[in-house]
Design a protein around this ligand. Structure first.
Ligand code: ADP
Ligand code: ZN
Ligand code: ZN
Length: 825
């Protein structure tokens, strides 16, 4: 007998799942785990919930409400996905609602406050609206341009309005409004073909003496033939767009309609995908070099015993080429592959490289895509058991894979795999390994500078380890030149952010027709401004930080909350016109370079220059094509990019990278410098050069980078971690408490830590005030927990939860924000 109830997870930060009744009239509908239902929740709100269970009875204690609508006739979330959500919620100490919210694109989870608008590309001639209510809704939305669903429900006040809106969204008549700068709506295109099973002769017979219909039929057959001959391999190219057909035939849409009615032709729609393969001939697989081939064979061998392998290959050793071979192997076997990259900037270069080999099988997914595009990709995966390669940033671990065979995590050491805010605060690399396990798939972690945690596991034999220590073509790793900034200053050889020696190297490279990258880890013009007379420094009103000067925008910005302020002409404190810039951001570096290297062309890549969806791609492409001599950028330029003509890489302020006050500073510094140097000398065999400016030339990290000695660095670092009880020897959990009042947050954090100490003893450290102690008007305290690696996560979760509930009797706690960051980066 079918169940009367459904258990539902809602896209809200709530621990619980909720039970709803299926009203009798819906009990004949198919419904099961992974289906979406619209349910009321709270006062007059409704949400799209996902069914996670079909209990035979309802819990007592609260009123059981009815499901308002069953949206799907098949699940939109697969079983392994739900299992993964649960795992993420457990491990990262958040709710499965948090995970659901992050995992599913908003176009699939309509709620009261979702904004919708009309789809300008919808083809009404082929798919008319179905009833008055739909018509009314459509007109209302068209009139208002953009409106929330709760607004529509309020204005129309008719039964079933919410459900109808939902159906209109599902059919593509209305679309979920985007907040992005650039919008992209999936284009649906109406196409025309002969009615199925109808022979040409029969078609002409049905047309009879209708001249215009005959013209249209001839045009259709003519176009079909052209497409069939000119088309590439697959028949997908044989779609004849309606517009094109009508134009060719020179007849009106009415003629077409009557032919549809007579059953001579039929209309159907296709989606025009931006990433549709453009039909170029597919390239052959690269021929692997001998060391690459050996590495590949070793990987296959190790996977017979291990689920996870680490490919430790120095920069430009050809890891990507090995991935391509693996992907090929898996796709041929009929499996799907997830290929994770840490940074959207990387997908542009890679998409092309992969599409050249795998054509239409490549699917790209990341947060710069509009929601509509993401929904498209979700549905494509849901509908398909075919071999596909998904290239994506961290959120792609949540896609509905059907038969995942392999997950590749490139640059596995990257901290951008960790989501810091909001919950779920997950590390996509670690979630990817769990995802693979749930699918019975294998994982490959790749890096030139593996994270200490990963390398430790590889050394321990938990992961298989394959090493590639030669660059492709045997090009030498770049030579490092340390520029002592103190000495340069004494010798008066500084020009702003640059030592003369650095500029000289850049000049040599450019005059030899080569390119240069400068790395400066601050964006904007100057990280701070100050009054020369009275030392006044402008600070954010909402956060405890000084403001960054952005000259192009003529404003001061808070990089923590985004607030902007005008730049004062005179100092508001002493009234002198004595405001000066302190320090160097990428904007200023670019500016100074223009004066130091006249005539040299430059590009800049940082968060500010890449706000638009395709700006990453454009900058990278322009630089690859040699349209500029110099690229200036933040850490975005360090990661995985492959430029052939870069001879010199300059690191302007290495100290800022090495001396960040945090247990990971050594690791982060080594990785960043080694990675950035890896951008040099990737091309035709000439050795690259890295120029590192520092006030601490004898820092041990610089020594390891100079000799490209990962092992040396690792051995040193892992001993430090062992000695001071840091990962991989313990698991870290940070507890954050935030409150508007400084004294209150201090008190709350103290009592929270005190309570935790009773339960966990010496595993509890703090509370501490972080370096930036207030953000967006909230004061912050942090408690650190060091937990044994093998401790039971559910026990810890229970302890934390109990502590939280205990403290909830304190009314101040109710105004506080509390969350956990597990495995912080
Ligand atoms: P990594 O990912 O290890 O940094 P890549 O795979 O990007 O290295 O390779 C570095 C460069 O060498 C790329 O331009 C790549 O095309 C080239 N290369 C590497 N291996 C081969 C190969 N087997 N055949 C042709 N080119 C290769
Ligand atoms: Zn002043
Ligand atoms: Zn601020």
């Amino acid at each position: 007998m079918a169940s009367e109830f459904v258990e539902v997870v809602l896209p809200l930060p709530l621990q619980a799942t909720f039970t709803y009744r299926i009203p009798p009239e819906m009990r004949t509908l198919p419904i099961g785990v992974g289906f979406r239902v619209i349910v009321p929740f709270g006062r007059k709100k409704f949400y799209t919930g996902i069914v996670v269970g079909l209990p035979m009875s309802a819990p007592s204690g609260y009123e059981i409400k009815d499901v308002a609508m069953v949206i799907d006739d098949s699940p939109i979330v697969r079983n392994p996905q739900l299992k993964l959500w649960e795992w993420v919620a457990d491990y990262y100490l958040c709710s499965s609602g948090d995970v659901y919210r992050a995992a599913v694109p908003s176009g699939l989870k309509i709620e009261s406050e979702t904004f919708v608008e009309v789809n300008p590309d919808f083809d009404f001639s082929a798919f008319p609206l179905k009833n008055d209510l739909e018509n009314e809704i459509y007109q209302l939305v068209e009139h208002l341009e953009q409106t929330s669903i709760s607004e529509i429900v309020k204005k129309l006040d008719r039964r079933g309005t919410a459900a109808s809106v939902n159906r209109l969204v599902a059919r593509g008549v209305l679309i979920v409004a985007e907040k992005l700068v650039e919008r992209y709506v999936t284009k649906k295109q109406t196409c025309v073909r002969l009615a199925p099973g109808l022979a040409e002769g029969e078609a002409f017979a049905r047309v009879g003496s209708a001249r215009k219909q005959e013209t249209l039929l001839l045009a259709l057959l003519d176009l079909s033939r052209q497409v069939a001959q000119g088309g590439t391999q697959e028949s997908a190219a044989a779609d004849i767009p309606k517009d094109r057909l009508l134009e060719r035939a020179g007849v009106s849409a009415a003629i077409l309609s009557s032919m549809v009615k007579k059953g001579i032709v039929e209309q159907y729609t296709i989606e025009i995908n931006r990433f549709r393969y453009d039909g170029r001939p597919l390239k052959k697989l690269p021929v692997l070099s001998e060391p690459q081939q050996e590495a590949l064979e070793k990987l296959h061998l190790l996977w017979k015993e291990k689920d996870v392998n680490l490919l430790h290959g120095i920069t430009s050793s050809g890891k990507t080429e090995i991935y391509i071979h693996l992907v090929n192997h898996l796709l041929r076997r009929g499996d799907q592959v997830l290929y994770l990259v840490p940074e959207i900037a990387l997908t542009a270069q890679l998409t092309r490289r992969l599409q050249e080999v795998f054509g239409e099988k490549v699917v790209v997914y990341h947060s710069k895509f509009s929601d509509n595009e993401r929904v498209d990709i979700w549905k494509k995966l849901l509908a398909s058991h075919e071999p596909l390669l998904v290239l994506g940033a961290r959120s792609s671990v949540f896609l509905p894979f059907a038969r995942l065979g392999l997950v590749i995590v490139d640059e596995e050491h990257e901290s951008s795999y960790k989501q810091f805010d909001p919950a779920p605060r997950y590390n996509a690399r670690d979630v990817a390994m769990v995802l693979a396990r749930f699918h019975g798939a294998k994982t490959l972690l790749g890096s030139a500078t593996p994270s200490v945690e990963t390398y430790y596991k590889a050394r321990q034999g938990k992961f298989g380890l394959v090493t590639l220590d030669k660059r492709y073509g045997d090009v030498a790793l770049p030579e490092m030149e340390v520029v002592d900034m103190r000495r340069a200053r004494e010798a008066k050889e500084l020009e702003g952010a640059f030592a003369r020696a650095t500029v000289r190297r850049a000049k040599e490279a450019v005059s030899g027709g080569k390119q240069v990258i400068f790395f400066q880890n601050r964006r904007g013009y100057a990280p701070m401004v100050r009054c020369r007379q009275c030392a006044w420094v402008p600070r954010c009103e909402h956060c405890d930080v000084s403001l960054t000067y952005h000259r192009a925008l003529r404003q001061l910005q808070c990089h923590y909350c985004g607030a902007v302020y005008p730049i004062p002409q005179v100092c508001p404190q002493c009234k002198e016109p004595a405001i000066e810039e302190i320090g160097y951001g990428t904007e200023r570096v670019e500016d100074e370079l223009a004066a130091l290297l006249p005539g040299v062309t430059m590009l800049r890549m940082d968060l500010d220059s890449t706000r638009n969806k395709h700006s990453h791609e454009q900058i990278i492409e322009a630089f690859s094509e040699g349209k500029a001599n110099v690229l200036v950028g933040t850490q975005m330029v360090t990661k995985g990019l492959d430029f052939k003509d870069v001879e010199v890489v300059g690191v302007l302020n290495a100290d800022a990278v090495i001396n960040y006050p945090d247990f990971r500073s050594g690791e982060r510094g080594f990785n960043m410098l080694e990675q950035v140097s890896g951008r040099a000398g990737r091309g035709d065999g000439s050795r690259g050069r890295v120029v590192v400016q520092t006030y601490e030339p004898s820092h041990p990290i610089l020594g390891y980078v100079a000799s490209h000695d990962y092992e040396g660095f690792y051995n040193d670092e892992v001993e430090q971690r062992r000695k001071h009880f840091y990962p991989p020897f313990v698991r870290l959990i940070y507890v954050y408490i935030k409150h508007r009042d400084r004294a209150v947050v201090a008190r709350l954090a103290d009592s929270y830590a005190g309570r935790l100490r009773q339960l966990l003893g010496g595993r509890v450290f703090g509370p501490d005030e972080p370096a930036v102690a207030r953000v967006q008007n909230l004061y912050i305290r942090r408690i650190m927990l060091k937990i044994e690696v093998n401790a039971s996560i559910s026990k810890i979760k229970e302890l934390l939860r109990q502590t939280y509930l205990d403290l909830h009797s304190d009314p101040a706690m109710r105004q506080a924000t509390l969350y956990y960051d597990v495995d912080p980066q």
